[in-house]
Design a protein around this ligand. Structure first.
Ligand SMILES: [Fe+2]
Ligand SMILES: [Fe+2]
Length: 309
């Protein structure tokens, strides 16, 4: 599927699990926020929300990818970073876990103006359950009925889907690595029956920047971040990878998964790897050691800028 070569992509991390004032910037590529200059303090939270700005021949389109775990961090940080929610042109959802849509309905309710396009996989609406060492949590349900009446233009996909004709949602990720396996702790309900969640509803958002290559943005990357990047390459026909971002959900999969994923990322050879959210501290530290020059932790307020040329 052909996607346009964009002049630039900027990803601003609105909500993520981390904030660390000592994480460095990288001039022209990664810009960290200076807390003392903000209108109000940023909040880190177990959730994810990105503000993605696509520049296509000077025309800017803004996509909210995921909507955090709750309205509080989402709206606090939008205000701290001085964004107007009415400047956002579309919403895309990475998958149907509540730490990615917790602020969605409030976001939709607070907007003014016409319907906003919302892109998501058909299966995000199935009830989701998590088995933890301290018991079951859930089911969580994102309500389709509530969304339909929320002033949206709904785009439900299963396969690849263009977003505003400029970026791509992969649809269900084709899994090709032998080490990225679904974890048994994730379950879902289908027609009243519970089953292991293989995450057909999780998709990456992919943009192609002229001369730089792909920017691949995952949510929790439950199907495996290497699978997601490889599938993005296959769908777009673009092999060069500029940036890989997201929660990578690696620590719960154990050291073997972390080791193989690091090897897989080395083979993909991106210019920048920025992981946060559900990656887990142990995996983050191993990634930091494995990629001393191009790994960075995803902190709230950070801007990643990929400029073509
Ligand atoms: Fe998550
Ligand atoms: Fe998740």
């Amino acid at each position: 599927m052909k996607i346009p070569a964009l002049q630039a992509v900027t990803v601003e991390i609105l909500v993520d699990n981390f904030f660390d004032v000592f994480e460095p910037s990288r001039p022209g590529i990664v810009e960290r926020v200076i807390p003392g200059r903000l209108k109000k303090p940023l909040l880190a939270a177990h959730g994810l929300a990105y503000l993605i700005t696509l520049n296509h021949r000077g025309k800017l389109s803004r996509i909210l990818m995921d909507a955090a775990n709750a309205p509080l961090p989402l709206f606090n940080n939008l205000e701290a970073l001085e964004h107007d929610i009415n400047d956002i042109d579309a919403v895309a959802l990475s998958h149907g876990h509540p730490d990615h849509y917790g602020g969605l309905f409030e976001f939709l309710a607070k907007r003014t103006g016409g319907p906003i396009p919302v892109y998501l996989h058909k299966e995000v609406f199935l009830p989701k359950i998590l088995i933890t060492p301290r018991g079951r949590i859930g089911p969580w349900v994102l309500s389709l009925a509530q969304l339909v009446v929320a002033n949206v233009e709904l785009y439900e996909n299963q396969g690849p889907q263009l977003v505003l004709d400029q970026a791509l949602l992969t649809g269900t990720v084709e899994t090709t690595t032998d080490y990225e396996k679904p974890l048994p702790s994730f379950r879902r309900q289908v027609a009243g029956r519970e089953e292991q969640d293989l995450f057909p509803d999780e998709q990456a958002l992919v943009a192609n920047v002229e001369g730089r290559g792909l920017v691949v943005i995952g949510g929790c990357s439950h199907p495996g971040i290497v699978n997601m990047v490889k599938y993005a390459q296959k769908l777009t026909g673009v092999q060069k990878v500029s940036t890989v971002m997201g929660g990578f959900h690696l620590t719960p999969g154990g050291d073997e998964l972390i080791k193989h994923t690091i090897q897989g990322l080395k083979e993909l050879d991106p210019e920048l790897i920025m992981a946060g959210h559900c990656t887990g501290f142990r995996a983050l530290t191993k990634l930091a050691v494995a990629f001393p020059d191009n790994f960075m932790v995803s902190c709230v307020g950070t801007k990643v800028m990929v400029v073509g040329g």
